[in-house]
Design a protein around this ligand. Structure first.
Ligand code: SF4
Length: 702
């Protein structure tokens, strides 16, 4: 009933890493209508509840930041200022702090929701011109264990396949993910494929019986932290049954013996006992994998967000490597990206541990190549601080200033109380965001209002290496500006050369040029081509290149000797251990209709109807032991903090485990609902990804 005269704009959903194509129609009164793009190869016209309601988020400007604000000290209220004043002051403070304390006293904390051009600019600004590697992103909380796993095993941060492999796969293993809720359009494709091909198998590994399990042939409801034991047991059984690809192992891999050694240290019965699953289920799952024509593993935060996240990734990757299920149709390891542009951010090196174009900051030649390209003498050799390290450094007074773009760390980082302390202690906090609801604003010295989805143009890359163009179809409210403009204006205020861009297209072209000759070469791309072709999978090394749906088809990997590496990783978890005081394991995660800290989905009433209040899930026997009744208010607590929510007693969660959604902020209707009050700031030693899926707690009636 909306739009009668309509202008169609093609764009991409701004929520998850599935990257669905969207058509936005705008009527003569400026009202918007959103629909799935029937020609888009990812979603073929379908959208999930979040995508379908995106126009409400754009049209509702009630929570938007409209003009820059500033205060001279924390006792003063924020006051409206001009862009000129806000950026002048920010530049002056950054210059003064860097002069007095050195370049590593400042840093940026950005987001997997930033567009690639924004990511590229902030990375160039920080590493090339401020002279520090202190730029990290909330992708650290999401994908960094998968990145490290890919690099170690395959030689680069590469997802080998495509979503089109779904329709060619014979067996799926979905681990630590609930795509039925969190990657719904992708899951729909799995569902349809399985409906049409009943012999296709689905194995789910998850301590919770989620919606995804409804489709599963086997649900391995493991005890949190035992993932590696499970994958080693599967590897052992695959080897014992001769279901591995010996030729592939001999010709294209190294390290098989190290896996064999650890896999055969423990028999299957012992592994099953440790994982708390029936041994027959492990054998049956291994049989599905071993007999499948195409084996596709998919995983997300349940694997990555762990103190041993990299080892979990490597143990899972082993299953694809020993069966030779990589670089061919319907096969491969396929990490599911949480955020819409986590992969695009990595392409431009938007993390402390990366360089642009997947170059290596530890390699002097790579550093010099990027420095020369940016027209600077050299890049810093000091390692940058990662997400949690930056906030620890702020709390300790080692870092003085932080600039936060498009993310809400007060809710999303682990151990929230430490994050609050860090922001209190920081000498200077810049918050660049779209929403007045960002919890960080309470600590901001300068607030910079940014344009949101549809109010700016740019590009993003989804989970399958597909780069898409996003159209601008509406104006930003008030004085809000695209993030690229804010960043290049700041760089000019700092008197840096090389930021005289006129448009995001120029930034994108520069990024494409820098990738030339690298593994992620996209020098064949530009806005015109993307607008014409809609989306394309990298590498795209020249203007006629059609894009690359599948990598490693020749089984030559990006390691020095072109062999994929199999790792016999230790199987032990390194999380905190349960005690009589804190006997339950807390896992955190998402619900179907909310996104991250709810600054966008929280304002759509339809999305709030699915689950409107925070809750904690607990097993009936754990509830009975504590005298809990369904729906009563309980306190979940440990030494770091507490959360007060209603209890949901359910047999779908494993005994000894509780689940809290991660979306809600500090206080909701006078109750404390922020799950990260409880999570620990232990991180994986390699990926530095936090251990969100294993914190010990107690639950008692309130
Ligand atoms: Fe958007 Fe992800 Fe839903 Fe697709 S599946 S519409 S990308 S939230």
């Amino acid at each position: 009933t909306r739009a009668n005269t309509v202008t169609p704009y093609k764009t991409t959903c701004s929520y998850c890493g599935v990257g669905c194509g969207i058509i936005v129609r705008k009527d003569s009164k400026g009202r918007l209508q959103v629909e799935g793009d029937p020609e888009h190869p990812v979603n073929r016209g379908v959208l999930c509840s979040k995508g379908r309601n995106l126009h409400y988020v754009v049209e509702d400007k009630s929570d938007r930041l409209l003009y820059p604000e500033m205060r001279w000290n924390r006792h003063m209220p924020l006051q409206r200022v001009s862009w000129e004043q806000a950026l002048e002051r920010t530049a002056a403070v950054f210059k003064a702090l860097m002069k007095k304390y050195g370049p590593d006293s400042v840093g940026f904390y950005v987001s997997g929701q930033c567009l690639t051009e924004e990511y590229y600019l902030v990375n160039k600004l920080t590493k090339g011109f401020l002279g520090t590697n202190n730029i990290d992103t909330n992708s650290r909380l999401c994908m960094s264990s998968a990145v490290a796993g890919y690099k170690k095993a395959l030689g680069d941060d590469i997802v080998p396949g495509s979503y089109d492999d779904i329709e060619k796969a014979g067996c799926f293993l979905i681990a630590g993910a609930n795509p039925a809720w969190c990657h719904p359009i992708l899951f729909r494709r799995i569902e349809q494929h399985k409906e049409q091909n009943p012999e296709v198998k689905l194995i789910v590994v998850d301590p919770r019986k989620t919606q995804t399990c409804a489709l599963a042939d086997i649900h391995l409801q493991i005890r949190p932290g035992t993932d590696i034991i499970l994958y080693h047991a599967m590897a052992r059984y695959l080897i014992e049954q001769d279901w591995v690809d010996w030729k592939f192992i001999a010709r294209h891999t190294e390290g098989f013996e190290s896996l064999k050694q650890v896999a055969f240290e423990r028999d299957l019965d012992e592994a099953a006992r440790r994982c708390e699953v029936p041994v027959e289920q492990i054998k049956e799952a291994a049989r599905y994998i071993g007999e499948a024509n195409g084996f596709l593993s998919m995983w997300a935060m349940g694997v990555n967000q762990s103190v041993v996240g990299v080892n979990k990734n490597l143990a899972l990757l082993n299953l694809s490597l020993i069966t030779g299920q990589i670089g061919k149709p319907g096969a491969g390891p396929f990490s599911l990206t949480g955020q819409p542009n986590a992969m695009g951010g990595r392409e431009v090196g938007g993390m402390a541990s990366l360089l642009a174009a997947h170059l290596n900051p530890a390699n002097p030649e790579h550093r010099q190549k990027v420095a020369d390209f940016w027209g600077v003498k050299s890049l810093s050799t000091t390692s940058g601080l990662t997400a949690t390290e930056m906030f620890e450094a702020l709390a300790e007074g080692k870092m003085k200033a932080i600039w936060i773009i498009c993310t809400n760390p007060m809710v999303s980082l682990p151990n929230s109380n430490l994050v609050e302390k860090a922001l209190q202690k920081a000498r200077f906090v810049v918050v660049q965001d779209i929403s007045k609801k960002a919890d960080t604003l309470a600590y901001a010295d300068v607030v910079l209002p940014a344009a949101g989805w549809g109010e700016k143009e740019g590009t993003m890359t989804n989970s399958e290496r597909r780069i898409s163009y996003l159209s601008k179809f509406t104006e930003a409210p008030g004085e809000a500006r695209p993030d690229v403009e804010i960043l290049w204006d700041f760089a000019r205020k700092m008197d840096f050369e090389g930021f005289d861009y006129q448009s995001p297209a120029e930034v994108f072209n520069e990024h494409c040029r820098l990738t030339q000759g690298t593994k992620i070469d996209i020098s064949g791309l530009g806005y015109e081509r993307l607008q014409r072709e809609r989306s394309i999978q990298w590498p795209v090394p020249d203007k006629k290149h059609p894009g690359t749906p599948r990598l490693f088809t020749d089984h030559r990997f990006y390691t020095g000797n072109e062999r994929a590496r199999i790792f016999g990783v230790p199987s032990e978890n390194a999380s905190e251990t349960t005690t009589p005081d804190f006997p339950l394991v807390l896992i955190t995660g998402r619900i179907r209709d909310q996104w991250h800290t709810m600054t966008r989905t929280g304002k759509v009433s339809r999305l709030n109807q699915h689950i409107s209040q925070p809750f904690v899930e607990i097993h009936p026997e754990d509830a009975h032991e504590r005298g809990l009744k369904n729906g009563q208010v309980v306190e979940v607590y440990n030494s770091r903090g507490r959360v007060r929510v209603t209890v949901k007693i359910t047999g779908t969660i494993k005994r000894g485990v509780v689940f809290l959604p991660m979306h809600w902020g500090k206080v909701l209707n006078k109750s404390f609902a922020r799950a990260n009050n409880l999570t620990s700031n232990r991180v994986d030693p390699v990926s530095k990804e936090p251990d969100f899926k294993y914190s010990t707690v107690q639950v008692l009636p309130y």
